[in-house]
Write a protein that binds this ligand. Structure first.
Ligand SMILES: *Cc1c(COP(=O)(O)O)cnc(C)c1O
Length: 391
């Protein structure tokens, strides 16, 4: 047996021992061990299942209390939250938005819904998130201020937002990114979809930019089935977010009057009920995930597979654990072997600029992103339910 195969067998046995009797071991499944059924039943019994009901407000308040953001506005999913957050940041048709190429498709989709264009900068090797150095370099090379507004000298387009993402829950260097963008009056919209429960110092991710967004999709650290949230400290933006995500209806006891084209992006009460129950378990999920990460870290300490750790000065929720392998060949062997043997693993995303829709977008060479794309894999990261049931 080759050395790599024996290392893979050991890894698979280790994962199976954590998750037994789960077979196959999934990459990330939700856990519903709290008041989910009680709160859902309350909604159904009260008939408030849809766009009216108390659970939405309650869920928003729980997110405010947890993240320290002043305002939270629930949406149908994280992509819708991004769409609205970009619009509120002032992005309009034909603008450019700075994105990382190594990310999930949602950001680029949201930019495209507005008719704006992504431009791609590189990621940082340590955080896997947007590189502050790359943002600075891109702006110094390509941007100029005209009457205080940033324009791309090459394309002539206005650069109206920057969307860093906290990859797998590991915070990127958001403080430096915001500082670099401030020099060019470019608002930052933080894609914190993966980083509920992750902190830079003592401050929650998603609260550094003008606006941040969260996702509660089925694979995230907590889930509402589908759902998202816009977070901000700005009262005017918060009020606008609520207004345009709820069809821009002017409050009235019976008249339908809408004062602009709004969206039907409001989170249904049923989903919010799930969210309230999940929030009660969030501290527990985070502690279990951090415990799992330290077990993985110890397991991989004597291995030629490198476990990705939280960046310095940060506390990560370790939403999705990741390994860095030596080469594309080793990565492929890892993915083939583990998936064939009941341990679900996945490669990191394809770079956005390699997808047909975004292949003509400007980028900075993306050397780290290209290197990481060939080597990063995700490994099973659910909260081990056995541990939960012991409580
Ligand atoms: C999950 C996710 C989103 C939002 O996804 P939805 O499925 O629309 O809730 C956005 N960005 C990133 C990086 C994500 O991982």
């Amino acid at each position: 047996m080759s050395q790599i195969v024996s290392a893979l067998n050991k890894f698979e046995d280790f994962v199976k021992s954590i998750y037994a009797p789960e077979t196959p071991v999934l990459l990330h499944r939700p856990v519903f061990e709290g008041n989910e059924k009680t709160y859902l039943t309350e909604c159904i019994d009260s008939n408030f299942v849809s766009s009216v009901g108390a659970k939405v407000t309650e869920f928003e308040q729980k997110i405010v209390a947890f993240t320290g953001a002043k305002y939270a506005i629930a949406t149908v999913n994280g992509t819708a939250a991004l769409h609205v957050a970009l619009e509120l940041a002032g992005v309009i048709r034909d603008d450019e938005v700075i994105c990382q190429a190594l990310s999930f498709i949602a950001t680029c989709n949201a930019v495209s819904y507005i008719g704006a264009k992504p431009v791609f900068v590189d990621v940082d090797m340590a955080t896997l998130g947007m590189s502050a150095e790359a943002v600075k370099a891109f702006l110094h090379q390509h941007a100029e201020l005209r009457n205080g507004v940033a324009y791309n000298k090459t394309s002539g387009r206005r650069i109206s937002a920057c969307v860093p993402m906290h990859t797998f829950g590991h915070p990127c260097d958001i403080v430096s990114i915001v500082a670099a963008c401030d020099e060019y009056n470019i608002p930052v919209v933080e894609d914190a979809a993966e980083s509920l429960g992750s902190y830079v110092g003592k401050q929650h991710s998603g609260t550094f930019g003008l606006l941040g967004i969260l996702s509660f999709n089925g694979n995230k650290i907590i889930t509402t089935g589908g759902g998202g949230m816009i977070i901000t400290n700005d009262p005017v933006l918060a009020a606008r977010a609520k207004h345009i995500t709820t069809t821009a209806k002017i409050p009235h006891p019976f008249e339908y009057v809408h004062d602009e084209i709004g969206y039907n992006y409001r989170l249904p009460n049923l989903n919010a009920a799930l969210g309230c129950a999940q929030m009660e378990q969030l501290d527990y999920f985070i502690s279990q995930k951090r415990e799992l990460a330290s077990r993985y870290e110890a397991f991989f300490s004597n291995s030629d597979m490198t476990f990705i750790k939280q960046p310095k000065g940060c506390e990560s929720n370790y939403w999705l654990n990741a390994l860095q392998l030596d080469s594309l060949e080793q990565r492929n062997e890892f993915l083939e072997h583990t998936n064939a043997n009941g341990v679900m693993t996945r490669p990191i995303w394809r770079l956005m600029n390699c997808l047909e829709m975004f292949k003509d977008c400007q980028h900075d060479g993306l050397s780290n992103a290209i290197w990481l794309e060939e080597r990063i894999v995700n490994i099973p990261s659910s909260v081990p339910v056995v541990a939960l049931k012991k409580e």
